[in-house]
Design a protein around this ligand. Structure first.
Ligand code: AMP
Length: 191
């Protein structure tokens, strides 16, 4: 079993790279953001509770996200790529506890895609043309970016201390980032 985290600011390409890892290496891509959007689209109780928060670019409550994550971890047998989770130091602790409770397999690597802000904005605006996501706008980007800097960026140091931080320069094309960094990394884990 292999458990990985892929993280970065909005527009960093974490979802796209996680998807490529799923396609090529068979690890399941688990995105809390995508799961939350499905709940909203289906109009479930959870979806209705978090809708405004997501549209404002804020993080939704830990209690709710942790529930979604526990459900995925408890059903998983192969290992997951966590995309967009954990997003705070409190969530990091919960993730460690959940992996211990269900699998005894800790996180192997925290893959951080480092992308400069101008490029993030460019990508989000481009994605907004087709994604249908109400949070892919310049205004909401700024709030999501603020949440990222305040809540999520401290995780980078935390995982560095744990010795499992993998920093990747994400200022490149999807294809190059995958071929130069992600693919070799995955091959090293799975050999
Ligand atoms: P993402 O698809 O990762 O950009 O997430 C989209 C939105 O879902 C975020 O802006 C948050 O409102 C919410 N979200 C996703 N993951 C989390 C998380 N781990 N904790 C809190 N909110 C989250």
């Amino acid at each position: 079993m292999l458990n990985l985290i892929i993280i970065g600011a909005p527009g960093s390409g974490k979802g796209t790279q996680a998807q490529l890892i799923q396609e090529h290496f068979g690890l399941r891509h688990f995105s809390t953001g995508a799961q939350i959007r499905r709940e909203i689209a289906a109009g479930t109780e959870i979806g209705n509770t978090v809708k405004d928060c997501v549209e404002r670019g804020e993080l939704v409550s830990d209690e709710l996200v942790n529930k979604i994550v526990e459900s995925a971890i408890s059903q998983d047998t192969q290992g997951l790529i966590f995309d967009g989770y954990p997003r705070s130091l409190a969530q990091e602790e919960v993730l460690d506890a959940l992996l211990k409770k269900y699998h005894e397999t800790p996180i192997r690597a925290f893959i951080y895609l480092d992308v400069r802000k101008e490029l993030l904005i460019e990508r989000i605006l481009e994605r907004g043309k087709t994604s249908g996501r109400s949070d892919d706008t310049l205004e909401v980007f700024e709030d999501r970016y603020k949440a990222y800097l305040e809540e999520t960026a401290p995780l980078i140091d935390s995982y560095r201390k744990k010795g499992i931080l993998v920093e990747i320069d994400g200022n490149d094309t999807v294809e190059n980032i995958y071929a130069d960094h992600i693919k070799p990394l995955m091959e090293s884990y799975l050999k």
